[in-house]
Each structure stands twice: as C-alpha cells, then as structure tokens.
Design a protein around this ligand. Structure first.
Ligand SMILES: [Zn+2]
Length: 153
C-alpha cells in the first residue's frame, strides 16, 4: 500500500485558482508533514484500506487567510490535516485515531448521519511538544468535548 505524499498534503484547489504558491518553504514543515503521514494518515489508510480524501493539509499564510483558517492554525506549520475516506463514516475514523494513535488534537467536523461523504476529520500531530490528545466534535457553531454523534443533523 502506498503512503500518502507531501505533495498530496500541499495540493489545494483554492491555491491553484487564486495563484497562491503553496509549496513547502522549509525543512521543519516538511518534517511535520512527514510525521503526520507516518503517525496518522498511513496507519489510518492501512486500517480502513480505502482511498484517503485529503481536503486540506499544509497552508501557507495567504492560503490560510483565503480559507478563513484560525491565525495560529496548525495547518500553517504542517502539523494538521483535514481528510476523510470515501464512503467511510468519519466517526469510525475518529474513533480509530482516538483509541489507537498518538495525536495532538482530533476534531470531528460537520458529520451528518445521512451522508458518509460529508464532514471531515481534522487531526494534528506534534513532533516537538507533547501531544495533548484533545478530542472535540464541531457541528457548525456547536462544539462538544469528545466524539458525539448527532443523529438529527
Ligand atoms: Zn483543519
């Protein structure tokens, strides 16, 4: 099974259409992205066997601003990725990460019970500080600690 690549983590439709160069500028960010691949994305891919659908990995500052990301977003340091797997409930992906992997922050975002391809998992991994293992569920403006399935959304 092939590992996801740093190129995949830098690809962005928005960057392309806005003419933003989202190439990795330095070695630290590259190291962080590789750690995300080795510690999170590849183990998830091996476990579920499906095709990863990476919506956002590394974001240079102009791209992060364009996407409305938080100013201190871990996407900007190459420590965070948003992804799902085609036809796989993001709840199952989030539970696997929570129970089996080391991570800094795990957020199940905008899951719906009716469409497995809606929503995504935001997950970060830190090489240089202890991983906090913070787990959250965010649906629009609602936010819960832990992983919460809201069946009516
Ligand atoms: Zn994210």
């Amino acid at each position: 099974m092939k590992k996801p690549t740093i190129t995949q983590l830098c690809y962005s439709d928005t960057a392309l259409s806005c003419g933003i160069d989202n190439a990795v500028p330095d070695k630290n960010i590259k190291t962080n992205l590789q750690a995300l691949i080795d510690h999170i994305l590849f183990p998830v891919k091996q476990h579920f066997g499906g095709q990863l659908d990476i919506t956002s990995g590394y974001r240079c500052a102009p791209l992060n601003e364009k996407l409305g990301g938080a100013q201190n977003s871990q996407h900007c340091t190459g420590q965070a990725v948003d992804f799902g797997i085609i036809d796989t409930d993001i709840y199952d992906i989030a539970v696997f990460i929570r129970d089996r992997l080391d991570f800094d922050q795990l957020i199940m975002e905008n899951r719906t019970s009716t469409d497995k391809n809606k929503g995504w998992v935001h997950v970060s991994y830190s090489c240089d500080t202890p991983n906090r293992k913070q787990v959250l569920t965010i649906n629009g403006t609602t936010r819960h600690d832990g992983l919460v399935k809201e069946e009516n959304t």
